[in-house]
Design a binder for this molecule. Structure first.
Ligand SMILES: [Zn+2]
Length: 343
């Protein structure tokens, strides 16, 4: 079967690999129909992920059709359309029992070996899903693959940003970084907040954010836009969805006194210089949050099925698996907002 492998910094290869099989009774093997490239994939692509294992097949966002299930899989059968959860979890540890699957003691992210245990992802013709009853979920009829792929990670992350940021009715929310996760946060925050100010340096992304109902500005204009919307107080909630130091710096500056900064962009830097003086003086709350597809996928799929969310509108490029190297380049140069590969 065809697979994409990250071999080293900027070394993305198409390779031929043996087809995965059911290795333990709780596994399923899925024929991938859609798989997305995530901003988080750019960290190992640039060699910025500590301990990343060369040769890993990336891809933690995919949908497909179940080909085979192990004897221990109860809720799935061959032929079913499914979407994955970005992270696998065992369902039995103390974190899982307390409904915190993203903190599972045996968690692993598809396609992110090194940070977690080796687990190949979905940028391939076929993918093996361990703990399939948890790591996969059936896609309801009437939800297209292109929409469902957002439920693997991006939409749950947008929902985490809004919920864990504590966005309340009437809030002014600043979203820093209008990649897909930022756009998902805007999509959901707009349902609650009075105003959403979307900040990004790239005009095409600002346009997408504006299309979702945000006031879109470039980073230099953000302080004035937030001040203007809040009588100079600052944003009630700042969502940092860029996964970059400058955005994190800006987030603290844009939050109002006793406001919240919720970080959903991926960070790996161990040495961020937190301005404790500013944090204390302004009584800021800082939260980090990941998307939680296992807890939130049913809700989000129901919203898509009801026509309330149409995330596929934000796909900028549909390409074949064979075009993955070019797709990564386009995405890396920010020429593509969201790339979905169809094996
Ligand atoms: Zn667990």
């Amino acid at each position: 079967m065809r697979v994409v492998r990250i071999q080293g910094p900027e070394r993305l290869e198409l390779d031929d690999a043996p087809e995965p099989t059911v290795a333990t009774p709780t596994d399923a093997v899925v024929e991938v129909t859609r798989t997305a490239i995530c901003g988080a994939d750019l960290f190992p692509y640039h060699g910025l992920t500590p301990g990343f294992e060369a040769g890993t097949i990336p891809g933690h966002e995919w949908v497909g059709v179940v080909r085979e299930v192990g004897d221990g899989v109860r809720g799935l059968r061959p032929g079913q359309r499914v979407v994955n959860a970005s992270m696998i979890s065992d369902g039995t540890c103390a974190h899982c029992r307390a409904a915190r699957p993203m903190q599972c003691e045996s968690r692993a992210l598809f396609g992110y070996s090194g940070v977690y245990e080796r687990l190949d992802g979905g940028q391939a013709d076929l993918v093996r899903a361990p703990n399939a009853d948890r790591s996969l979920w059936p896609i309801p009829d009437g939800v297209a693959d292109d929409d469902a792929v957002f439920v693997a990670d991006m939409l749950p992350t947008g929902l985490s940003a809004v919920r864990r940021g504590g966005v309340a009715v009437g809030d002014v929310v600043a979203v820093l970084g209008c990649g897909t996760v930022g756009l998902m946060a805007i999509l959901l925050a707009r349902r609650v907040a009075r105003r959403v100010i979307a900040v990004d340096g790239i005009a095409a992304r600002r346009e997408l954010a504006a299309g979702l109902g945000a006031d879109a500005v470039d980073p230099d204009s953000a302080p004035a836009a937030v001040a203007d919307a809040t009588g100079g107080l600052g944003a009630d909630v700042v969502i940092e969805s860029a996964g970059a130091k400058p955005a994190l710096d800006a987030a603290f500056a844009l939050a109002r006194g006793r406001g919240t900064v919720c970080v959903v962009g991926a960070h790996f830097e161990p040495d961020y210089p937190l301005d404790a003086g500013r944090m204390f003086e302004a009584e800021l709350t800082l939260r980090f949050a990941m998307g939680d597809p296992i807890n939130d996928r049913e809700l989000l799929l129901a919203m898509i099925a009801a026509g309330e969310l149409r995330p596929a509108e934000l796909i900028s490029h549909r390409m074949s698996l064979d075009e993955a190297p070019r797709a990564y380049e386009l995405f890396d140069r920010r020429e593509a907002t969201k790339v979905v590969l169809a094996p």
